[in-house]
Design a protein around this ligand. Structure first.
Ligand SMILES: *Cc1c(COP(=O)(O)O)cnc(C)c1O
Length: 408
């Protein structure tokens, strides 16, 4: 068994060791976990089993968008827990129908399919786009194009859609029908297209792949190209959605409307939920029996999502996100100006990547944790900040000073 990792500022107790041993011996070791045990979350903070407080600039990887245990979400989910946990999609439930109406309206889409995760939301988008284009243009259609550095999930189809070899290694044979676009240029898109192409799938800002925004100009060109060619444009907004980029969906800020948009992560504020939204014309390709999910649109998650939407869409909230964006971006630019080890600062809304000269993002993440700040990596050389959308100016200032300390 590997040596248990020790945290400098946190004495390892026998109880900690026990949890680490239980994890190591019984959980498949697919995660490089931080060696701290989180027991409680409140707003922008989480606490470990020693009572140590951390400022959480990960939001559970963009999931707890309104912070931890937001009172309105706790109240909605608790109320639903006392009424009905689950009944399957064989029956109607009001929370799901009401959420569908609210979600399609604020997303400027016509219909939604509910699932439980980002990978499933993308899987549904892949299936929907194939069925739609086969019906419209013939059985030869079905190919999906995706971009280098993308991340679309961990199922077989979505790791194939993910144009990064490290996620695919050892899992072949992979499903067919995916091709990769090398560069964010229309020339490069054209050279990937074949007569089978149905759709182009893109994260408007790549998350896991290094916090890489595409230029608005390119996204507009891509939209026009798809329209001209009869290809569906799919936006994977699993990470950028639900207010993260300062509008409900990133496309609303970029003014480039896709035909299908996928959401998950923060949609239900911390409970599992995925959503695949589409225009009416595309959505009709899903007929009874075409697709399904046992848990999808579960009433507890649906109530939490309705409560989250109430908060995020309340007057002034997204303006607050954009004000905090300006502050955080300004602070990061200032920080980068004083340091030769920061080569780039990229992002939108409250999703930022700090690219370092060397591949030491993991080390900086560990040092941030030691000084009480949780942050993420996005590749070996990029630190990723995903603060909760409720973040205040005081906590942004604190995070920047802790980050500075951790960078050394
Ligand atoms: C996280 C993520 C996914 C996968 O979501 P899961 O819920 O882990 O399946 C897909 N696409 C993007 C852009 C993501 O950030």
């Amino acid at each position: 068994m590997p040596e248990l990792q020790k945290v400098a500022t946190h004495e390892l107790t026998s109880e900690d060791v026990q949890v680490q041993v239980l994890d190591r011996e019984n959980v498949m070791q697919t995660y490089a976990r931080q060696p701290i045990e989180i027991v409680r979350g409140e707003g922008m903070h989480v606490f470990d089993d020693q009572g140590k407080k951390y400022l959480d600039f990960t939001s559970g990887i963009a999931v707890c968008g309104l912070g931890h245990c937001h009172p309105a979400l706790v109240a909605a989910a608790t109320d639903q827990l006392h009424q009905l946990w689950h009944i399957s999609n064989l029956y109607l439930t009001a929370p799901q129908a009401e959420l569908a109406a609210r979600l399609t309206s604020i997303s400027d889409m016509d219909q939604v399919f509910f699932s439980n995760s980002g990978a499933e939301a993308n899987e549904a988008a892949i299936k929907l786009s194939r069925r739609y284009s086969k019906q419209k243009y013939g059985a030869h259609k079905g190919e999906i194009l995706t971009f280098m550095h993308s991340f679309h999930g961990r199922t077989l189809a979505t790791i194939t859609a993910t144009a990064q070899p490290k996620y695919q290694e050892g899992f072949g044979p992979l499903p067919g029908g995916f091709r990769y676009i090398e560069e964010p240029t229309i020339q490069s898109v054209k050279s990937a297209v074949t007569e089978k192409t149905s759709a182009i799938m893109i994260e408007p800002i790549q998350g896991e792949g290094g916090v890489r925004p595409f230029s608005t100009e390119f996204l507009h060109e891509l939209r026009d190209f798809c329209t001209r060619m009869g290809f569906l444009l799919i936006f994977d907004e699993v990470q950028t959605g639900a207010g993260r980029t300062g509008t409900w969906l990133a496309w609303q800020r970029l003014s480039v409307k896709p035909d299908i948009v996928t959401m998950a992560k923060s949609l239900a504020g911390g409970l599992p939920m995925g959503a695949t939204l589409a225009t009416e014309e595309v959505a009709q390709a899903f007929t009874p029996g075409a697709h399904g999910s046992t848990f999808g649109g579960n009433p507890v998650a649906a109530r939490a999502a309705l409560a989250l939407i109430d908060v995020v869409m309340a007057p002034g909230f997204l303006e607050h996100v954009r004000r905090r964006e300006q502050q955080l971006y300004g602070e990061l630019v200032k920080l980068a100006a004083t340091r030769s080890d920061i080569v780039d600062v990229r992002g939108l809304g409250l999703m930022w990547g700090i690219q370092l000269k060397t591949a030491r993002a993991g080390e900086v993440v560990n040092r941030c944790r030691d000084v009480g700040l949780l942050v993420l990596t996005a590749g070996a050389d990029t630190i990723r900040l995903l603060p909760p959308l409720i973040v205040t100016s005081k906590e942004i200032e604190l995070a920047i000073s802790l980050l500075q300390e951790a960078l050394g």
